[in-house]
Design a protein around this ligand. Sequence first.
Ligand code: ATP
Length: 365
Amino acid sequence: MARIRFEHVEKKYSNGFHAVKDLNLDIQDKEFIVLLGPSGCGKSTTLNMIAGLEDISDGALRFDDEIVNFAPPHRRDVAMVFQSYALYPHKSVFDNIGFGLKMRKVPRDEIERRVREAAGKLEIDHLLDRRPSQLSGGQRQRVALGRAMVREPAAFLMDEPLSNLDAALRISMRAEIKELHRAMQTTFVYVTHDQAEALTLADRIVVMNDGVVQQIGTPDDIYERPKNTFVASFLGNPPINYIDGQIESTDGSTARFRRGDLAFDLPASIAAKLGSSHGREVRLGIRAEDVDETAAGAAGSVIRGKVNSILPVGSDQFLGFDLAGQELFFRVGKDLAHNLGDDVALSVDLNRLHLFDKDSGETLL
Ligand code: ATP
């Protein structure tokens, strides 16, 4: 088993709360799937249904072709790594890692071999005699990973495993988890609300909101071709900017976006997708990084406003920009010298614009 399929799965908690709605998801063997969304969107519930820690209210969950809705957790051949690590405080690192094997009555020398092998891979072999309280957060996380690894499960389930670590350690552990996935050649299902983590780790990302899947796709799909304004807003730092306006079509192959004095001549590829949509109310999306000052001046692509705030972030700076009373945020190079209150003209990369239906929020491209 390593292919995991949700077919029209519903989860209603006993108090009637509808946490997951009509979930359809086909996780391939050896795939790294990340469930991404804000707090409360149903990510952990989904993971827990795979683990067998939550019942399924309706629909089918299959491991390969077998329906496992009612299979108890210990019969599912999956290993879970929790945010809290869930280590036994009074057991040594060795015993924590080997505990699941001992419960399964694996022979002692086999346990010894598998624990030492996992600890070696995770570079915690010198810590096997310590207790969890004598470890750093990153080392505890490795112990939790080791405990999952020795079971040699068909799938790893991880619920925000890095969220208790500091920023630098989180980034280096991300790389290790990716390497672990490569080395283990096993299906990984990983829950996070951290967009950067999802973009770095996933083969495919499942974006959820309010129990409903918003989009399933590669990191590139999700970032470059968001299906709706929720997905577009959830990924990006600072978040994507929206400007509401109308489409003016001059003929079938050219189109312009307009809001008051601001007008963009849309590239032919976008115009072609819009078809005849003169007067259509749209929400234009401009990602924070898709502007440039050096090319400012090119007709039909310039946005003018006042600098409202300047936030240096190391290699770049975030520029708060007042567009006729609306605050936008752009990410520009750190060398761009501006003072608060300056008038600036930025050139927008028209080929990277996003357009959504103003009412439904669905993409028009
Ligand atoms: P977080 O990142 O905060 O853990 P999540 O996306 O993982 O969020 P879930 O833990 O799956 O969210 O919870 C989804 C929704 O179901 C939330 O609104 C939560 O309050 C609700 N919920 C979770 N467990 C129960 C329960 N046992 N009974 C009732 N409602 C629950």
